[in-house]
Design a protein around this ligand. Structure first.
Ligand SMILES: Cc1cc2nc3c(=O)[nH]c(=O)nc-3n(C[C@H](O)[C@H](O)[C@H](O)COP(=O)(O)OP(=O)(O)OC[C@H]3O[C@@H](n4cnc5c(N)ncnc54)[C@H](O)[C@@H]3O)c2cc1C
Length: 511
């Protein structure tokens, strides 16, 4: 007899594990399929940004970081904004990534997620809401059914023609055997900009030191120039920080992988949803791929939960809009952020750095002709939305300006003419719901909640001329008076409200 699940997740990396844990917690039956026969499987990406700690807390999974040794804590040696070497405090962690993923998987099993490993999808039939799969395992084929398919296969996810990508990157990496335990204990985390790429290194358990060099493969047309061992050795020799590593033996042959950032514009198709690197992959320069994969999976879990429990098509559409808006926002902001990082390098004028210092996404092929009309329209919509967000992000950097004059408490104010009210999908609890939100050029994105309080209908009064003291008294019924005044001051400082008085002394007509 076929086993039936609510969700089938493929891939037990941080994205798949996080979504499996969250959906299981929300009462869905989850089957997780991981194809790696080796477990813990080899995996790069050891630097964890501080936000991972909050996600682990949110998942109530403290044991994960407690049982995986945290290796960093020492300051990092950096050669980036200038050719000299700086020492900066390190606020993240370095962990053995394979062990981190393995502990998360154990936790998922303990909490009731079913796991098949090694296993992979051999065949998929059916339709959204009722998929039928054959799963290949060492014991033979298993038949299962699931309502939703979640692809968390990382960069190995099927490459679709609708991917947009940033300029190409490859990374070569290896582990060097440190000469003595003392040298290993002293080895700091290091980050360095070279004129044709950048390097990262950190101590791992067992006397090993991870070293990584990221570069543009299209700038090297000679096959020998792309041979991993010589690329890595050569980068170490040219560097200021990794020179000592150049003479050490590698524990294993250096390996190379593609590390180009990309976005899949068709990550949400009814009943088939991509997460983590399958949906969008960051430039490894940010060292935040794990945090992003986990954070995005938590947001996606709310959208998926809403989609499954929706009472009608409009609620399902809202869930998809929420997922897509989070994907667009995260991908565009990371691209803008990493471009800023490339701009700061001491060698920012050399071609490798110049090409990457403006955030950009391009399509390899215009292959949408092979897609149906509706799908092609979706790809088009997402492509435009991404380009739009990319064009918008840098203009949101704080601009030094005149300090705002104090809020006038005794003359009427109202929403400024460039303040809009739009309805946006928001995560409230475990569901996506629609909320009116403020939209204004000073805001990164529409804001529906301020310090946890829904802004509407509270601020409806500001659609017409209103005396601030009257508004504060009204808001004071739902919050403390001091908070009400802070809210008004925030609106004023962002120029979302303005005096409702013409120079002639007349107030604007009520709208
Ligand atoms: C060179 C490089 C360095 C990086 N360094 C860092 C770093 O220092 N810090 C950081 O935070 N991030 C780093 N990243 C990014 C980080 O590794 C990824 O963002 C993160 O692993 C994404 O998690 P994921 O769960 O989406 O995918 P993955 O971690 O790749 O997990 C995908 C899982 O799916 C499985 N799988 C694949 N295909 C199938 C299939 N068909 N069926 C079943 N299972 C399948 C794989 O075996 C794997 O276990 C780096 C990335 C690169 C390329």
């Amino acid at each position: 007899m076929n086993r039936t699940f609510d969700m089938l997740v493929t891939g037990a990396g941080p994205a798949g594990l996080c979504v499996a844990l969250r959906l299981n917690h929300l009462g869905h039956r989850v089957l997780l399929v991981e194809r790696s026969p080796l477990w813990p499987r080899p995996q790069i990406g050891e630097a964890l940004t501080p936000g991972v700690r909050n996600i682990i807390d949110y998942l109530d999974a403290d044991e994960v970081l407690e049982s995986v040794p945290i290796l960093a804590g020492k300051p990092t040696s950096v050669r980036w904004t200038s050719e000299s070497i700086e020492t900066v405090a390190h606020d993240g962690a370095v962990v053995e990534r394979a062990a981190f993923d393995a502990v998360l998987l154990r936790l998922a099993v303990a909490r009731g997620v079913e796991v098949l490993r090694p296993a992979s999808l051999a065949q998929v039939d059916g339709a959204p809401g009722a998929w039928r799969m054959q799963i290949a395992t060492p014991d033979g084929l298993r038949n299962v059914e699931a309502h939703v398919l979640l692809d968390a296969q990382g960069r190995q996810s099927r490459r679709e023609p609708q991917r947009l990508r940033a300029p190409r990157l490859s990374t070569v990496w290896a582990e060097a055997a440190m000469e003595t335990p003392a040298a290993h204990a002293d080895a700091a985390t290091r980050v360095e900009a070279l004129d044709d790429g950048w390097m990262w290194g950190a101590a791992l358990p067992g006397g090993r030191y991870r070293v990584m060099f990221t570069f543009d493969p299209s700038a090297r047309d000679d096959a020998l120039e792309r041979e991993p061992a010589s690329v890595l050795r050569n980068a170490c020799t040219r560097s200021a920080l990794f020179k000592d590593i150049a003479g050490l033996p590698w524990c294993d042959s250096p390996r190379m992988c593609v590390s180009t950032p990309y976005v899949d514009t068709l990550s949400w198709q009814d009943g088939r949803i991509k997460l983590g690197d399958a949906a969008f992959a960051l430039d490894p320069i940010s060292s935040s791929g794990v945090e992003k994969a986990m954070r995005f999976s938590l947001q996606a879990a709310i959208a998926i939960n809403t989609w499954c429990r929706a009472s009608d098509a409009s609620e399902r559409e809202l869930a998809q809009r929420f997922y897509e808006s989070r994907l667009i926002e995260s991908a565009a902001r990371h691209l803008a952020w990493t471009a800023g990082y490339y701009r700061q390098a001491w060698c920012a004028e050399s071609p490798f750095w110049r090409l990457r210092s403006t955030p950009a996404l391009t399509s390899d092929t215009v292959a949408t002709s092979s897609l149906g009309d509706e799908t092609a329209a979706r790809v088009d919509f997402m492509t435009h939305a991404l380009q739009d967000e990319l064009a918008h992000v840098p203009s949101n950097q704080p601009q030094p300006g005149e300090p705002a004059p104090p809020l006038p408490l005794h003359s009427p104010i109202r929403f400024a003419r460039n303040t809009g009210i739009v309805v946006v999908p928001c995560a409230t609890g475990d569901r996506v719901t629609a909320h009116p939100a403020l939209q204004h050029p000073s805001l990164d994105r529409p804001v529906a909640f301020w310090n946890g309080v829904a802004l509407f209908p509270l601020l409806d009064m500001l659609t017409r001329a209103t005396h601030p003291l009257e508004l504060i008294a009204f808001l004071g019924r739902s919050m403390e008076a001091a908070r009400a005044q802070q809210l008004l001051e925030w609106l004023w400082s962002k120029q979302m409200v303005e005096p409702a008085v013409f120079s002639g002394g007349n107030t604007y007509p009520a709208s």
